[in-house]
Write a protein that binds this ligand. Structure first.
Ligand code: UDX
Length: 424
């Protein structure tokens, strides 16, 4: 295979995973970020994010990975510019494309480069960019990486989407060739469809989660167990078993943002996307349902001490964006409860975001003297705690709200705990 020199613009989480994985596949990679401290740290081999396998890849491929702040440097070395900058939501719910625009601004009149858009952008963005930039190539190549398994996801994709309009077919061929050594199917399409595949996929997965959360809420009332229900549903090939785990709601940097973005895009065309409106609302309510479960057993919450286990929006990441823990802490504070919170990696990062919760250095410190434990994030180490011994001994009231149906309910109940799961 020909080795294609690659540029990665924006070395955040997506950019760094992309850079490191392309280097692992044998390509020279010029990775450019505007923050000098980040570039210096990366050049020393320091990886600033928590992502399994990533530090090892960066170290192993150090010779092929060139970190720089200089755009001229990357333009000299590569024609394919993988754009991996942030596109956060604005107050209106639309995507903020200012960082993408800044990159385009730096390219000037270049006609021998192509933007390969990995950042999630509204459907129609690619065409609009192409219309006003003379000769600049454009390929949509959305990322589908999950935090915590991003390296694995990159190297073993379910599919790779490469979208281009006819004037950029040559660039699209080169992008597709980069992924050929991987096992996933390559989906070639036009730019708008590629952009839509990304948003629709995330919106569909979010819908699946809100759906099972509603089934859980109804199951609680009707005496069914949502885990059994999900297992029975998931064996139907058309449904599939994944993303049917009921819990305290979805969070993270993608689902909430992308569902909102698609709803907004539809709205901008005059179409009211009813289903997604409900998906968002169900998720917001789901994040708050734990409060009534606590009140059911503890009564009013002033003076009660609640232990939150897990702060990150899911395990194996230190990311707390849109995490349920933040909403829960805010609501608990509003109800007058005191809180202690522990997370194996995200605790300190969330220190000032958790509405007055005290961050502890261990799960047992958080649990000490608590009236209830709320398991928010299913970190494996929480399963290993000595629940029936040390945990029970330390709690004032042995009440567990298991927000992820993660713990051994029967063992806890047998040991005298009051156990509340989700949808059981
Ligand atoms: C997601 C998409 O999976 C990925 O393809 C996209 O590129 C970025 O967004 P990520 O945000 O890393 O990835 O997290 P993911 O593992 O998908 O989980 C999202 C949220 O849904 C988490 O809060 C998780 O706890 C929740 N979830 C997931 C459930 O509540 N139930 C499930 O069954 C699955």
């Amino acid at each position: 295979m020909d080795r294609e020199p690659i540029a990665v613009i924006g070395v955040g989480w997506v950019g760094l995973v992309t850079a490191a994985c392309f280097a692992e596949l044998g390509h020279e990679v010029w990775a450019r970020d505007i923050v000098p401290e980040k570039v210096e740290a990366l050049s020393r081999g320091e990886v600033p994010i928590h992502e399994p396998g990533l530090p090892e890849l960066v170290e192993k491929n150090a010779e092929r990975l060139h970190f720089t702040t200089d755009m001229g440097d990357v333009l000299d070395h590569s024609q394919l510019l993988f754009v991996c900058v942030d596109t956060p939501p604005t107050y209106s719910g639309d995507a903020d494309l200012s960082r993408v625009e800044a990159v385009i601004g730096e390219l000037g009149e270049s006609s021998d480069h192509a933007l390969v858009m990995k950042s999630t952008v509204p459907v129609g963005t690619g065409r609009a960019i192409q219309r006003r930039s003379n000769g600049l190539g454009y390929v949509s190549n959305p990322e589908f990486l999950k935090e915590g398994s991003a390296v694995q996801d990159f190297m073993h994709p379910d599919r790779v989407v490469v979208g281009a309009n006819s004037d950029s077919d040559g660039y699209a061929d080169r992008v597709a060739a980069l992924y050929e050594p991987l096992d996933g199917e390559i989906v070639r399409t036009d730019v708008a469809s590629a952009e839509m595949i990304k948003l629709a996929s995330n919106a569909f997965l979010a819908t699946k989660i809100s759906f099972i959360n509603e089934i859980a809420n109804v199951s609680e009332e009707l005496g069914a167990d949502v885990r059994e229900v999900a297992r029975g549903m998931g064996l139907d090939d058309r449904i599939g078993p994944k993303f049917l785990e009921a819990g305290v709601g979805f969070g993270g940097s993608c689902f909430p943002k992308d569902v909102q973005a698609l709803k907004q895009l539809a709205g901008n065309t005059g179409y009211h996307f009813q289903l997604l409106t409900a998906v968002v609302e169900v998720n917001e309510l789901q994040k708050r349902r734990t409060i009534s479960k606590l009140q059911k057993h503890l009564g009013p919450l002033p003076g009660k001490e609640i232990a939150l286990l897990g702060v990150a929006f899911k395990p194996n990441t230190d990311d707390v964006r849109e995490a349920t823990s933040l909403v829960l802490a805010g609501r608990l504070a509003g109800e007058g409860a005191s809180m202690r919170a522990y997370d194996p990696v995200a605790g300190r990062k969330a220190e000032n975001m958790l509405a007055g919760a005290r961050i502890t250095d261990s799960a047992l410190d958080a649990i000490d003297g608590a009236d209830a434990v709320v398991l928010v994030t299913e970190w494996p180490e929480f399963k290993e705690l000595d629940w029936t011994g040390e945990v029970k001994k330390r709690m004032r009231v042995p009440l567990v709200v298991d927000g992820r149906n993660f713990l051994d309910r029967d063992a806890l109940v047998a040991a005298g705990f009051t156990y509340e799961g989700i949808g059981r």
